[in-house]
Design a protein around this ligand. Sequence first.
Ligand code: SAH
Length: 494
Amino acid sequence: MPKSQGVVFLVGAGPGAPDLFTLRGQDRLGRAEVVVYDDLCPADLVALAPGEAERIYVGKREDRKTLEQDEICDLLVRRARQGKTVVRLKGGDPFVFGRGGEEAEALAAAGVPFEVVPGISSVVAAPAFAGIPLTHREHADGFEVISGHQPDTPPRLTAVVLMGMRRLADNVELLRRRGYAGDLPAAVVRRGTTARQQTVVATLDTIAEAAAGVGSPAVLVVGTVVGLRARIAWAESMPLFGQRVLVTRARHQAAETCRLLESLGAETVSMPTIAIEPPRDPEPLRQAADAVAEYDYLVLTSANGVEALFQAMNAQGVDSRALAGVCICAIGPGTSKALAAHGVRADLEPEDHRAEGILELLDEARIRGKRVLLPRAAVAREILPETLRARGAQLDLVEAYRTGIPGEDETARGVAALQGGQVEVITFTSASTAQNYAAILGDQLGPLTAGKVVVAIGPITRDACLELGIKVDLMPPKYTLPAMVETLVEFLKQ
Ligand code: SAH
């Protein structure tokens, strides 16, 4: 979701023990700019939000008069409209009591993007911790969960049937006999929470026919709450919903890519095609790192180069202060970000994130006679060093790292997903990801790649693909990760 429009995450905090909180909840909380929480949220969890995040307590403790429910909804909408990433933390699961449904409706009505992150509900957790299984083949075929607020009126219940698909019509009959009206909305949700999620909506009387072709695993949900789906079916309306995207970047870089894709609703399959290895001869890098302060220019063409240089500097007892007088040129935002992680800001970053872009900045007037350090991969394009030398730079071209192909244990999952037809989109973020992908698949390259949407981050990567016989469907106008993802979103819209 574009950052500018703000987003609300309705996050289940779990039943109380902080480590019964989900990984996704942790991730969203870690990105929160605003946290809205109440009494049932473990205090340790609120502490997981960034220190600078605004924390707003909206609980209903006697001694602290806080907001009414419609004021809470307003607050969520207002903060999101200010462009904020808002986490609404709720005890247990947000859609089991606790008014998460109402908040989702308010957000939908206001046109604010939101996501629901389920939590472990006290419904299952408290009995579990007390040693009470809710179902048991010898004791109970189901359980009832009701609000205890109005014990004088009969509760209106939502029915959820598990394992009901094989005999769906008979299960409908059972519910009818138990008093559920035939015209109640009913939904079958198959493979919930995954890219393959499929939802069929009908009425109790018609669901068996409507969902006849839907197999297991699935749940049947019956009740008027099913009707809310028309407004708050958030997951299925995400731009990359249903897409399984193969990410071929090196493992340590894949996380960022996966997160971006997942935030738009995709499921990601990581198949690292690149392993970063130390240079064959570490001496030149060691020397360059030791004398880094003596260069006029430092040119960095990858985040890997940045990491390798800083590791070598660290080993030499040199830190970022040695770069004080060095003009630093980073090829693009990813490289700049890696530098920033070491507290160093790049002086120059070209518009065109390629060697050609750097060469536009480092013209002859600028670099004639200057000492330039270029630490980079063992194998890379020659145009940068050749042109810099031709322009009179005193260039030290230093091998900072080598790329290899990861072992089978790292790539097996991705290969299996391709073989199982579990991938819709393949992304290549550098020429070497494409080359190594081809090397890993060998003579299966053609068949396993055919029919997928192939995205290349830029022209160099695209050309490498074409040379390998991989047809490229998409290439962004700007050679960055966000631009690549945006191009994919636009393509899938059509
Ligand atoms: N959304 C929450 C429920 C909110 S209603 C969930 O999914 O768990 C609040 C009620 O939940 C409490 O009154 C209590 O009945 C129950 N509850 C919440 N946490 C509990 C816990 N740790 N142990 C027992 N009951 C709990």
